[in-house]
Design a protein around this ligand. Structure first.
Ligand code: HEC
Ligand code: HEC
Ligand code: HEC
Length: 416
């Protein structure tokens, strides 16, 4: 092919253009700036910045902040990331922006609350944060004041965060593990860095910091349980193939489950827009994470199993099938559901009480819904039903009590 005159001509033209570009400096600088903005846009998608920094509920502009984020400690409002001089990042320098993502400090050096996931973003390089900054500067400035945080004393004092950081924050850089593949390392960087999967899927201590031993073993946020997503032996998604993970993150559908609520946002805003090779790297990394053998639970009382099975047959079998194997892609199989069998049954209780809605995505714009059962089933009935679902397969989980269901019912009635 190299000998064909046409391609030699193409080469000559390319060389000429290259010389031209080199001679006309500004064009190259513009091109470089454009590719930096593109790179920044991609990293901002990976980091899911828009999800937290947009007030969807009140129709706020993308990235203009103001979303109320509820934490176990109180409500924190996200700031405006658009380049508005008065209310946004208009007067920030690249250095200040880097410091926000790398060290969790604002332009005046004050500590940021870790509700902003800088403990993960710190793995990104200066080049990465410069690119994100360039992208944010390319947005239309929007004037939007950030509401005051609603935090109790002493947490309303930013200096209190200094103590937290001393205990739990490490300004790390990403080091590749040399005897792992490039793909695995890319996956680990994405998961632990920009994608910050552990922000929700890693168990937290009472001060909201990641517990190392709980890495991707599941965490609770706003009474949803983000389940164990370790894909190796004994992991929560050990029964998922690499393809299943790529499909779930890339299309928002899959044969095991679908994303809803906060995970729905992650898929809609972030992962469905990522390159397939990056999703594959994430999947390869997750599949490499083995887990300890799960705690053995005794079979639940026969009477509860029987009641639960009857309730299941009457209320659920029409969609999820009599043998609980579901209709993959439409009604999740419940016999191996990671939400049903999770150590913490919060998500499953919520779904039965309040129903479920799948996240519409580009690949799957239609929305499947499960009706709520709060009006129909009592706390004791839902507890028996879940005890049956959790106690009947080969991967057994602990029984659920009526009190656990009552607590969730109250939470949902009060706040949501
Ligand atoms: C999980 C929610 C969440 C995500 C995701 C998130 N942020 Fe934030 N961010 C926050 C919150 C909350 C604050 C305010 C923290 C505070 O008041 O101490 C914040 C603060 C900031 C600040 C400081 C701004 C100021 O005016 O002080 C910057 C800069 C920032 N975020 C950039 C980003 C970027 C860039 C991304 C994506 C790579 C991102 N954030 C993703 C929640 C988030
Ligand atoms: C903002 C919090 C949040 C972040 C960040 C997040 N997740 Fe989730 N994730 C959840 C919640 C909550 C659920 C449970 C509800 C659901 O399945 O939709 C979930 C569910 C899942 C499931 C389905 C598990 C199952 O078997 O039911 C997978 C797989 C998953 N997440 C992978 C990831 C990966 C990979 C990342 C990083 C790219 C990630 N998540 C980041 C909150 C989050
Ligand atoms: C009209 C059909 C329908 C009925 C009836 C129904 N569901 Fe669902 N269910 C769905 C849909 C749709 C979803 C969300 C899509 C998905 O998860 O695949 C879902 C999801 C779930 C999930 C989440 C599982 C996972 O891993 O994603 C659980 C748990 C669940 N249902 C339990 C039940 C129980 C228990 C009953 C009976 C009380 C029931 N459902 C009745 C349609 C139904």
């Amino acid at each position: 092919m190299s000998g064909r005159p046409a391609s030699r001509l193409a080469l000559a033209i390319a060389a000429g253009l290259g010389a031209l570009a080199a001679a006309t400096g500004p064009a190259t600088a513009q091109e470089l700036a454009h590719s930096q903005v593109e790179r920044g846009r991609y990293l901002a998608i990976a980091g899911d910045c828009e999800a937290c920094h947009t007030d969807f509920e009140n129709g706020g502009a993308p990235f203009a902040g103001g979303r109320a984020l509820s934490t176990p400690f109180g409500t924190i409002y996200s700031p405006n990331l658009t380049p508005d001089d008065e209310t946004g990042l208009g007067r920030w320098t690249r250095e200040e922006f880097h410091r926000a993502l790398d060290e969790g400090r604002d332009d005046e050096g004050r500590h940021l609350y870790p509700a902003m996931p800088y403990p993960y973003y710190t793995l990104m390089t200066r080049q990465d944060t410069d690119a994100i900054f360039a992208y944010l500067r390319s947005l239309e400035p929007v004037a939007a004041e950030t509401p005051e945080n609603d935090l109790p004393f002493p947490l309303n004092i930013r200096r209190a965060v200094a103590g937290w950081k001393l205990l739990y924050f490490e300004n790390e850089t990403f080091d590749s593990v040399p005897d792992q593949s490039e793909e695995w390392n890319r996956g680990r960087f994405l998961v632990d860095g920009p994608l910050h999967c552990g922000g929700c899927h890693t168990g937290k201590n009472w001060l909201g910091a990641d517990i190392d031993d709980e890495y991707l073993r599941g965490g609770l946020l706003e009474n949803w349980f983000a389940p164990n997503i370790r894909g190796g032996e004994n992991g929560g998604i050990a029964h998922w193939e690499v393809e299943d993970i790529v499909e779930f993150l890339g299309t928002g559908r899959g044969r095991h489950t679908v994303p809803m609520q906060r995970m729905g946002e992650v898929v809609a805003i972030s992962t469905q827009n990522l390159r397939e090779e990056d999703l594959r790297a994430v999947a390869v990394y997750l599949k490499s994470l083995d887990d300890a053998v799960r705690e053995e639970h005794d079979a639940p009382e026969a009477a509860r199993l029987e009641t639960g099975a009857g309730l299941y047959f009457d209320n659920c079998a029409a969609c999820h099938a009599a043998d609980r194997s579901g209709v993959p892609y439409f009604f999740a199989p419940l016999d191996r559901s990671n939400k049903v069998l999770a150590e913490n049954p919060a998500s499953a209780i919520r779904i039965i009480l309040g129903g479920a809605r799948t996240q519409p995505t580009e690949a799957a714009p239609s929305m499947l819904a499960m009706p709520p059962f709060a009006w129909k089933l009592s706390d004791a009935q839902i507890a028996d039903l879940l005890t049956y679902l959790r106690g009947s397969g080969d991967r057994r989980a602990a029984p659920v009590s009526a009190a656990q269901v009552a607590e969730m019912r109250e939470y949902l009635a009060q706040e949501h």
